[in-house]
Design a protein around this ligand. Structure first.
Ligand SMILES: *[C@@H]1O[C@H](CO)[C@@H](O)[C@H](O)[C@H]1NC(C)=O
Ligand SMILES: *[C@@H]1O[C@H](CO)[C@@H](O)[C@H](O)[C@H]1NC(C)=O
Ligand SMILES: *[C@@H]1O[C@H](CO)[C@@H](O)[C@H](O)[C@H]1NC(C)=O
Ligand SMILES: *[C@@H]1O[C@H](CO)[C@@H](O)[C@H](O)[C@H]1NC(C)=O
Length: 441
């Protein structure tokens, strides 16, 4: 009897009203906020992360172009205009590396320079695609010389060595990661006169607990790979954009500036670093230069340990892809909220950067669902997914992308006379772990 009284028309009107209510009456912002939080599940972000990290995807490689395709197809399947822009930039890849250790009366032993996989590693096969351990933009060349231990490779560490009468000229500087940018570690070694630099990961600083795969910390053969370029943007287009056909300095000139390390250099594991230090003699290094439990006594040198380092890099113009997607603002479309992260990784990039990329795609999907329910942002939101950040190129890419926005011509690439417009950044936030960047203009 009760059901008989329910006429279908009011029901339909009620349902339509509930569905399109937001189009008739602007809902409170909190409506969209809670809707945003309630949409989606962890599964979609997890699926994006898996698609992005199934292979190592170094900038300039085919695997990274495929990861870009994933980002583009995801964003274009939503309602936002999306564009992928290729750029030609100077990247650096290792071609040849060798490092051997010797001492008077002792045969030279060559380091394998390989990071171990572990039994049962599901990515063991894909690991073969990982770039060999290297320091991008290190100079090609070789050095065979006595070792000097330089602690964290800071200027004050070399000042201390000088005060102890340790002459670094012509030697191989052995420094550990952890206090300054690796580009500065190599540059400080060069400034002190070193012929080459080797940077190791001290377990004292990077393995405070159980090492992977039993725990989260750096395993004995783990090596930190990275760039040693101290500038920002494409080194062949310093302070202007790398757009098609633009003027460039030669690769040789780009490689000889003070922003480049200028000497051969290699990163090594904690295990290799300790093996070298066992053969370094001379005065015992100060307490705060020492390693952790179980480490050999670190001495300053020079020698009698001798390192023979050779490195050949390939500095080559490679193609990278930046992806941007635009959600136009309703009230202030010419003001921008720019957020995004990079996509390229030294290896698989599951944490840095693709945890951030997966979150970006998840966020885009939810914003698209909100838009389908009538939401429009107040300002224009620009979602970005940059490339080659690991090489140090991201900031210029950001500026580059903005040149495609009609109202924001930040830099003109047509000549070396850089045209700069003042922009006011209201807010800027960076996440060092996932590579996220948020800028409010
Ligand atoms: C998503 O994962 C987080 C962290 O594990 C958890 O706290 C949250 O409840 C999950 N959300 C859903 C919708 O499953
Ligand atoms: C360091 O060694 C170099 C090369 O042997 C030498 O030219 C230089 O004078 C030495 N510096 C000092 C401070 O002794
Ligand atoms: C250093 O190693 C390279 C490559 O193995 C080798 O060709 C060279 O002879 C070595 N130099 C010295 C001085 O041992
Ligand atoms: C350097 O890289 C370029 C572009 O990938 C490639 O064509 C060239 O063969 C490489 N050179 C060497 C010496 O590996």
């Amino acid at each position: 009897r009760a059901t008989a009284r329910l006429h279908p028309l009011p029901l339909l009107v009620g349902a339509l009203f509930a569905t399109y209510y937001h189009l008739l009456v602007a809902p409170a912002p909190s409506y969209y906020q809670s809707l945003f939080l309630s949409l989606g599940s962890n599964d979609t972000a997890a699926a994006h992360l898996r698609a992005l990290t199934v292979r190592p995807h170094l900038a300039g490689t085919e695997a990274n172009a495929l990861a870009a395709d994933h980002v583009v197809s995801t964003l274009s399947s939503l309602s936002f205009p999306t564009r992928v822009t290729p750029y030609e930039v100077l990247l650096s890849y290792p071609v040849g590396r060798s490092l051997s250790l010797s001492a008077p009366g002792r045969d030279a032993t060559a380091f394998a320079l390989v990071q171990d996989t572990y039994p049962g590693d599901p990515y063991a096969a894909a690991s073969a695609e990982v770039v060999p351990t290297f320091l991008a933009y290190a100079a090609s060349g070789s050095a065979a010389a006595e070792v000097v231990y330089a602690n964290y490779g800071r200027r004050e560490d070399y000042a201390y060595l000088a005060s102890r009468g340790v002459n670094v000229t012509g030697k191989v500087a052995l420094a550990r990661y952890g206090k300054v940018y690796r580009g500065d570690i190599v540059k400080n070694a060069r400034d002190a006169g070193a012929a080459a630099a080797v940077i190791f990961t001290d377990p004292k600083d990077y393995t405070p607990g159980k090492a992977f795969p039993d725990g989260p910390w750096m395993p004995p053969t783990g090596v930190q790979v990275g760039s040693t370029f101290k500038g920002v943007g494409d080194p062949t287009t310093p302070m202007w954009a790398s757009s098609e056909g633009c003027e460039r300095v030669s690769v040789a000139k780009a490689m000889s500036t003070h922003d480049m390390p200028g000497i051969p250099a290699l990163p090594v594991s904690g295990r290799d670093g300790e093996e070298i230090l066992r053969l370094v003699g001379g005065d015992v290094a100060p307490e705060d230069w020492q390693g952790g439990d179980g480490a050999p006594v670190y001495r300053l040198g020079p020698g009698p340990a001798v390192l023979n380092l050779t490195y050949t890099g390939n500095e080559t113009i490679a193609t990278i892809q930046n992806v941007i997607s635009v959600i136009e603002g309703k009230e202030e479309p010419d003001r921008y909220v720019i957020l995004g992260n990079h996509r390229d990784a030294w290896t698989f990039g599951a944490a840095d950067p693709n945890s951030g990329t997966a979150a970006l795609l998840e966020l885009a999907q939810r914003l698209s669902k909100l838009q389908n329910k009538g939401w429009r942002p107040r300002r224009t939101i620009i979602l970005c997914n940059w490339d080659a950040e690991e090489y140090g190129l991201m900031l210029v890419c950001l500026v580059l992308e903005l040149t495609h926005q009609p109202l924001l011509n930040l830099m003109s690439c047509s000549s070396r006379r850089v045209k700069r417009f003042k922009i006011r950044i209201m807010e800027q936030k960076v996440c060092m772990t996932c590579g996220w960047l948020l800028i409010v203009l």
